[in-house]
Design a protein around this ligand. Structure first.
Ligand SMILES: [Zn+2]
Ligand SMILES: [Zn+2]
Length: 160
């Protein structure tokens, strides 16, 4: 993702991680929702907790399948709207691709992704994002705010 100025300082100080306890995740979610004029709901909490606990960068369909195990009457539309709300509150990042597919990531700090061009699997690239980014000349008047880097190739299963 690119670096932007939208995230509030207190959220930067307590970036969500998969190791967060559910009550901490709920507290972070509640604070972010209320700061954006949105209500805390059990559906949104279930979606956020699932997203925090996975490194798979799931699609809305995959989140729906997982969350439905806990909340039987949740709909795909509700899951989709919850995911979009998380993105608008800077609690998640939406990764969009040219074929109209999208994946969601609860990691909102700068990190790179690898994507398998065969099966679509998206994983985090381990390690730090380089402090010194390439100096690109993108043309007159364009103010660079950051970079998005995606490593594409074949995952181990597809490379066989
Ligand atoms: Zn693959
Ligand atoms: Zn990621």
């Amino acid at each position: 993702m690119f670096t932007s100025g939208h995230t509030s300082p207190n959220l930067i100080a307590m970036f969500a991680t998969a190791r967060m306890r559910p009550d901490q995740a709920d507290a972070l979610l509640r604070e972010a929702l209320e700061a954006n004029g949105q209500r805390f709901t059990d559906q949104r909490a279930a979606v956020y907790r699932f997203l925090l606990g996975t490194t798979e960068h799931p699609t809305a369909d995959e989140v729906f399948t997982a969350v439905r195990a806990d909340i039987a009457d949740i709909s795909l539309a509700t899951v989709y709207k919850a995911l979009e709300t998380l993105v608008s509150c800077n609690l998640a990042v939406k990764l969009s691709y040219g074929d109209d597919s999208a994946r969601y990531d609860a990691r909102t700090d700068d990190h790179y992704h690898s994507r398998c061009v065969h099966c679509g699997q998206v994983r985090d690239v381990p390690g730090e994002v380089p402090a010194v980014l390439p100096q690109l000349h993108v043309g007159d008047g364009f103010r660079v705010q950051g970079y998005r880097v995606e490593v594409i190739g074949l995952c181990p299963a597809c490379a066989d």
